[in-house]
Design a protein around this ligand. Structure first.
Ligand code: TXA
Ligand code: MG
Length: 334
C-alpha cells in the first residue's frame, strides 16, 4: 500500500491538509497521528473494517482492544452506553489530558475495536492536531500506540515512517509528543475506581481528582490481566535489557563485562559510568526521563552493543509509569 506522508505545523494547523487525513478516516482507512503521549494508529471506532486494518498494520492480537479518542468531553456520549453513570463534571475539568477511562460501551462502537468486550476505553487527547483530525473526521477514532506489536511506543515521526510506511494510508508528521509515555487508564465501572495502567497522568493527580483509587496488582504480574494488553510483551527493545540501581550500573561499567552493555542512565549516574552511555536526563526530572525512555530503547537497538542495562527510578509522580514501562521491558540484573 502507498502511504501518504502529511507534514503539519502544530503552531499553524493547515485544516485543508488535515481534511485529506480525515477523509481517509471516514472511508475506513488508517492514519498515524501525534497525540500528547505517543503517536497513535487510528481508524474509525465505528467501523469493523477500519479496526481490523489497525490490528493488521500493528500485528496486534485481535483480543487486545483499542482506545477510542474523542475531540471533546461531550462526545463521550457517542461511545458510552446510555445506562452508564459518567462523572461528567470531573471529566470536563480534567480533559483534555493523558487520562483514559473505561466505561460500558454503546452499540455504535465496533466490537472489533473493543475485542468483543462490553467496555470501551475513551480518551480526549490534549494535542491540537489530534483534536482537529478527530473533529474533521466526524467519528471517534480508535487508536492504539502506533508501534508494531511488542515494540517501544513511537515518539518521533521518523520512527513512525520507518516502521509504518507501506502499512497505513496516511502518516501525519507533527511535533513530538510532549510526554513520550502513554496515557493513564482507570476503570470507572467499579467502585472505588481502579487504576488499570499507570501513565502520563499521575496517580497523585488522580487521587486528588477522584479520591480513593484502587491500585490492586497493576504493578506486578497478575493472574487475571486488568487489561488484555497486560498479557503481552510490551514496550521492549529488540535487544536484551536489564535493570539495576545506579550504584550497580556504575560498578558493572567498571568491569570487563561492562564493555558488552549500553548504559541507559541519568546524567548523574552517567557521570560515574565508564562506557557506552545513552542519557535519559537529570535523575530528579522524571518528566524528562519519561520523555526520553522509549527513545533510549530505540537508541539501544541502533547501537553496536549487544545488550543494555537501564537505571531504576523512584516511583513517585510520573516515575510510577516510568518504572512500569521499565519493568515490562527489562529483567532485573542478577
Ligand atoms: O496514550 C495512549 O493511551 C496511546 C495514545 C495513542 O492515545 N494509546 C495507547 O493504546 O497506549 P494501546 O493500545 O497501546 O494501549 C491500550 C491499552 C491496552 O493495554 C489494552 O489492552 C487496554 O488499553 N484496553 C483498551 N480497551 C480496553 C477495554 N475495553 N478493557 C480493558 N482494557 C482495554
Ligand atoms: Mg501500546
Amino acid at each position: 500500500m502507498r502511504t501518504e506522508i502529511i507534514r503539519i505545523d502544530p503552531k499553524n494547523i493547515d485544516s485543508n491538509k488535515l481534511a485529506v487525513a480525515a477523509e481517509v478516516i471516514r472511508n475506513n482507512g488508517t492514519v498515524v497521528f501525534p497525540t500528547e503521549t505517543v503517536y497513535g494508529l487510528g481508524g474509525s471506532a465505528y467501523s469493523d473494517v477500519a479496526c481490523r486494518k489497525i490490528y493488521a498494520a500493528k500485528g496486534r492480537p485481535a483480543d487486545n482492544p483499542l482506545i477510542v479518542h474523542i475531540a471533546d468531553t461531550q462526545d463521550i456520549f457517542r461511545v458510552v452506553s446510555e445506562d452508564q453513570d459518567i462523572p461528567m463534571e470531573k471529566l470536563s475539568k480534567l480533559w483534555p489530558a493523558p487520562l483514559s477511562v473505561m466505561l460500558r460501551k454503546n452499540r455504535l462502537v465496533s466490537d472489533v475495536c473493543t475485542a468483543g468486550l462490553g467496555t470501551v476505553v475513551v480518551r480526549c487527547p490534549d494535542n491540537p492536531i489530534a483534536t482537529e483530525l478527530i473533529r474533521l473526521s466526524g467519528v471517534p477514532i480508535a487508536a492504539p500506540s502506533a508501534n508494531l506489536a511488542g515494540m517501544p511506543s513511537i515518539v518521533d515521526a521518523t520512527d513512525a515512517i520507518l516502521d509504518l510506511d507501506g502499512k497505513v494510508d496516511v502518516i501525519i508528521e507533527g511535533e513530538s509528543p510532549r510526554y513520550g509515555l502513554e496515557s493513564t487508564i482507570i476503570d470507572l465501572t467499579s467502585q472505588p475506581y481502579r487504576l488499570m495502567r499507570p501513565g502520563a497522568f499521575t496517580l497523585e493527580d488522580l487521587q486528588y481528582a477522584f479520591g480513593q483509587i484502587v491500585l490492586q496488582n497493576t504493578m506486578e504480574e497478575v493472574k487475571v490481566p486488568l487489561t488484555p494488553g497486560m498479557k503481552y510483551r510490551h514496550y521492549s527493545p529488540k535487544k536484551v535489557l536489564y535493570r539495576a540501581d545506579p550504584d550497580d550500573l556504575v560498578e558493572l561499567s567498571r568491569t570487563d563485562e561492562g564493555n558488552k552493555y549500553a548504559f541507559l542512565c541519568s546524567e548523574e549516574t552517567g557521570n560515574r559510568v565508564e562506557g557506552y552511555k545513552i542519557t535519559l536526563g537529570k535523575r530528579g526530572d522524571l518528566y524528562t526521563i519519561a520523555y526520553n525512555l522509549f527513545r533510549s530503547f530505540r537508541a539501544l537497538d541502533r547501537s553496536t552493543k549487544s545488550m543494555g542495562i537501564i537505571e531504576t527510578f523512584p516511583e513517585n509522580g510520573i516515575g510510577l509509569a516510568v518504572m512500569n514501562r521499565i519493568n515490562k521491558a527489562s529483567v532485573r540484573f542478577r
